[in-house]
Design a protein. Sequence first.
Length: 92
Amino acid sequence: MSQLDAIKAKLATSAEGWGAVIDGVLNVRTVSHTKSAAATNALYLHGFVAPCAKPESEECDCQIKVLARLCPTVRLVAVSITVKPVQEGGAA
């Protein structure tokens, strides 16, 4: 396997992004590709809908500011997830 193939294989089973820690626990339903999107997901979980003119923009931080104001105990954290294949009939 070439170095490029090894990198492709690793990327196919891993992801990096942002998530929200709510009540001391990382809530996987908030994990997304940008910090702003994770903030939006956390707001939804708390019952808030805060419109954003540029929801996919990396530069827009309005959702992060709204989350900080409405849910000051929620923390946004960087996450890295690696999927390990499970062998049939047993643990990884």
